[in-house]
Design a binder for this molecule. Structure first.
Ligand code: SF4
Length: 343
């Protein structure tokens, strides 16, 4: 790896911004009318999801919650309902909490600097930086996974992720444009997403190829270096589809804190290593098998075996029609859809 100065920052910025000005993808949160609220919402949704997948969720969410105030005043169940399908529901809880904090403590306005934004609930270094740069055009070091890949290749950073993160941030900071924070942040993220891709970087089309060490060595796809992954644990559990004669389904609500907080679910036996195994909540006499599903969480894989039974009575608080379901996690929607097809 060379020193940061082997790439002249101003020439790099000119090449990158010129390329971006010649054309880039249109995104609703990048148009001229996009407010800080729009940009923040999009960035939170994009944390674990692709741009193409996010757009319909983003539009549906904004249709229901057009302003920060409408989001802050909404019940959390309503927010979760509109988050369904995006997964990682903690993001929806933090979004709601942050909207309430902004309304209560900031007069409904986002602060403009990276440092102030970092104090808001749920905003990490990347989200704070991207809002500061793209919503307010203030200087900020925006480094997401795409930018890490570009920087690691430009400098052939040998250190492995995640330990390399500080080095990559420092190198990214050297190249960032203090004069054009918004354009620069959008341009370098677009380069990583569209040109400097993980497995097939388009180096012949790259506006900064002349400074790229990995391109010169022909080992682009070996960067960023990553520490070997640990094997993912695999857990097995049982979930029950309980219906009554009219086709209503028994669902229970999860606690208001912790994994998948406040979402509804089929009763199940528990799957986290420390969870207490549960039995089905009603007296179940006849149970029929209805297959299984496998779901991958961030830190383990789960196989959920599904059993079906019909009961005469479901308590009102737990009784839901299949066409009017409350907010369910991705896992539980998958399990319910699969089980219903088998019955
Ligand atoms: S030259 Fe290739 S590897 Fe280097 S930054 Fe450009 S696309 Fe990425």
């Amino acid at each position: 790896m060379n020193t940061p100065n082997h790439i002249p920052a101003e020439k790099f910025q000119t090449a990158l911004l010129g390329w971006y000005a010649r054309g880039h993808r249109a995104m609703p949160w990048r148009d001229e009318n996009a407010s800080p609220y729009h940009i923040w919402l999009a960035e939170v949704m994009l944390q674990q999801t692709t741009v193409t997948a996010v757009i319909p969720y983003y539009q549906r969410f904004l249709h229901r919650f057009p302003t920060l105030q409408s989001l802050a005043e909404a019940p959390i169940d309503d927010v979760l309902q509109h988050w369904q399908g995006l997964g990682y529901y903690r993001r929806a809880h933090m979004l709601h909490k942050c909207a309430q904090t902004l309304m209560r403590d900031h007069n409904g306005q986002f602060p403009v600097t990276e440092a102030e934004l970092l104090n808001l609930p749920g905003l990490g270094p990347y989200t704070a930086a991207v809002i500061a740069a793209t919503a307010f055009n203030t200087a900020a070091n925006v480094v997401d996974g795409n930018v890490e890949r570009v920087i690691s290749r430009l400098y052939r950073v040998q250190q492995e992720l995640p330990a390399a993160r500080t080095t990559l941030r420092n190198l990214a900071d050297h190249l960032a444009s203090p004069a054009e924070p918004r354009l620069y942040a959008n341009a370098i993220m677009e380069l990583g997403s569209q040109v400097c891709t993980p497995t097939t970087p388009q180096c012949l089309l790259c506006p900064v190829a002349q400074w790229c060490e990995a391109n010169q060595h022909g080992d682009q796809t070996t960067y960023p270096r990553k520490a070997p992954k640990k094997q993912t644990p695999h857990h097995t559990a049982t979930a029950w589809l309980i219906t009554d004669a009219s086709g209503h389904i028994y669902l229970q609500q999860r606690p208001a804190t912790g994994l998948l907080a406040s979402l509804y679910e089929l009763p199940h036996s528990g799957w986290e290593p420390k969870s207490t195994p549960q039995q089905a909540p009603l007296m179940l006499e006849t149970q029929t098998e209805c297959g299984s599903i496998t779901h991958v969480f961030s830190h383990f894989k789960l196989t959920l075996n599904l059993l079906h039974t019909e009961v005469t009575n479901i308590p009102a608080a737990n009784r839901f029609h299949p066409e009017a379901l409350p907010a369910l996690s991705t896992l539980m929607r998958k399990a319910l859809t699969h089980a219903l097809k088998q019955t």
